[in-house]
Design a binder for this molecule. Structure first.
Ligand code: FAD
Length: 467
């Protein structure tokens, strides 16, 4: 059969991985086609992930902050929430970004095809479009088909009151009683939003800690604050049964900390994401897919088939947008004949909760498990004038140093804007900075960024007051 479209490169999926790869390849002169099943570009992150969640978290932050000001003599009263307007704002933010991507694709002459793609041979992909099935013949391919929320079978998914993160972000109403199953980043971000809007939120988490990937000390200030804002946080507990009833979703639990409430107006299941590797016909192209749906790649993002690459959520953890974009640039450059490879030492993680938790590089738990000889410099925000001024002294900044070289190898921050602050620690690790490099860098006063220099000073033993 003759191909409908011939190209040098086809990119499957237009999330942060896919659009970055397509744009970088086009900028390098590669004739590129981008295939996306949805009407807008941007994937999970822009449409139903990073971006809409942060727009809603901003609203939550303002509501909480305004309420907290009453203690400082400024009382705004109870918020009047117009849910339709809030939803509109979130949708506008998403629309601006996804619309921007469409323009950027056009500018670069990246051809976009809307439809569901499947490999049918090592050099061919079929795309089911509204206009029939199109055959694309390509020289090289980048798979960036991403991931989707895990739908635990214990829940009645045909009932609209049972939601995944996409449903929760749709913000159809503010449920009186909301159960969040899963105390990871996504679950807690959405719990924060709904609690600020007025829901009584119960969180159940199977593990013995919220945000299990982060060090326990970083999670503690968040757990304490959530303890006050939420109806309940229940660790080492799981939902074993959920039934759709007239009055709500009825759940049964098992575990060490059973919640009192068993009937909820809505339930958000946020227990992880699963890669889309199994639904793209990869095997027809000879690409190996693991049992769980991941695709294995080398440091050039190449799969076992040398002219086919894979990037983003479907090549493994951490499933984060900034990892996907970084891998995308590598893959596109290799496609264009450059000698790039993935060489990042660290990938930062952030929970945009209140307080935020951010960490990068080696965690204390990992250091212990691996028997690494590390020294820790920890600076409490209670000693930061800026943290006092915003009345948020529960935070702290800690840095982990290799005892042999005094080089920074990890860091964690908990407190407002921790996510914005962690970039400096990532840079320090990438540059091989020693404690003295960080401590002797003049940071602006009074800022929360000073706490990074102070953590290095604590490690060096040269700490001075920060007020
Ligand atoms: P995706 O963004 O998943 O994109 C894959 C695209 O491929 C999709 O558009 C999909 O429709 C398309 N596709 C799949 N199969 C086919 C097919 N057969 N044919 C055509 N198209 C196909 N990460 C962060 O770094 N920071 C955050 O704050 C953050 N917040 C998040 C909040 C939520 C609620 C969620 C769910 C995720 C969040 N993430 C965040 C994770 C982030 O969204 C992902 O890591 C990122 O989107 C992965 O990018 P990707 O390019 O690998 O795939």
């Amino acid at each position: 059969r003759a191909a409908d479209i011939e190209c040098a490169l086809v990119v499957l999926g237009s999330g942060p991985g896919g659009y970055t790869a397509a744009f970088r390849a086009a900028d390098l002169g590669v004739d590129t086609v981008l295939v996306e099943r949805y009407a807008t570009l941007g994937g999970v992150c822009l449409n139903v992930g990073c971006i809409p969640s942060k727009a809603l978290l901003h609203a939550a932050e303002v509501i909480d902050e305004a309420a907290a000001m009453a203690a400082h003599g400024i009382d705004f009263g109870a918020p009047k929430i117009d849910l339709a307007k809030l939803r509109d704002f979130k949708n506008k933010v998403v629309g601006k970004l996804t619309g921007g991507l469409a323009g950027m694709a056009k500018q670069r002459k990246v051809r976009t095809v809307q439809g569901t793609g499947r490999f049918v041979s090592p050099h061919e992909m079929e795309v089911k479009t509204s206009d029939g099935v199109k055959l694309i013949r390509f020289e090289q391919a980048i798979i960036a088909a991403g991931s989707q929320a895990v739908h635990l079978p214990a829940f009645p998914w045909d009932d609209p009151r049972v939601m995944d993160s996409t449903g929760a972000l749709a913000l159809e109403d503010v449920p009186g009683k909301l159960l969040v199953v899963g105390g990871g980043i996504i679950g807690l971000e959405m719990a924060t939003v709904y609690a600020a809007l007025g829901s009584a939120v119960t969180v159940v988490e199977f593990m013995d800690q919220l945000i299990p990937g982060a060090d326990a000390d970083l999670v503690k200030p968040l757990a304490q604050r959530l303890g006050k804002k939420l109806k309940g946080v229940h660790l080492k507990t799981k939902v074993v049964e959920a039934k759709a009833g007239k009055q709500g979703i009825e759940v049964k639990y098992e575990g060490e900390s059973i919640p009192e409430t068993t009937l909820f107006d809505r339930v958000l299941v946020a227990v992880g994401r699963t890669p889309n590797g199994k639904a793209i016909g990869a095997e027809q192209a000879g690409v190996k897919v693991t049992e769980r749906g991941f695709i294995e790649v080398d440091t050039q993002m190449r799969t076992n088939v040398p002219h086919i690459y894979a990037i983003g959520d479907l090549v493994g953890q951490p499933m984060l947008a900034h990892k996907a974009t970084h891998e995308a640039r590598v893959a596109a450059e290799v496609v264009a004949g450059m000698k790039s490879h993935f060489d990042a030492r660290v990938i930062p993680s952030v929970a945009y909760t209140d307080p935020e938790i951010a960490w990068v590089g080696v965690t204390e738990r990992e250091a212990r498990e691996k028997g690494l000889k590390v020294g820790v410099g920890k600076f409490p925000w209670a000693a930061s004038g800026r943290a006092l001024g915003i009345d948020r002294t529960e935070g702290f900044t800690k840095l982990l140093f290799d005892e042999a070289t005094h080089r920074v190898i990890g860091g964690g921050i908990v407190g407002p804007r921790a996510g914005d602050l962690i970039g400096e620690v990532a840079l320090a690790i990438e540059m091989g900075a020693e404690a003295a490099d960080i401590a002797l860098t003049i940071h602006p006063h009074p800022t929360l960024s000073e706490t990074i220099a102070m953590a290095a000073e604590v490690y060096e033993g040269t700490v001075t007051d920060l007020y």
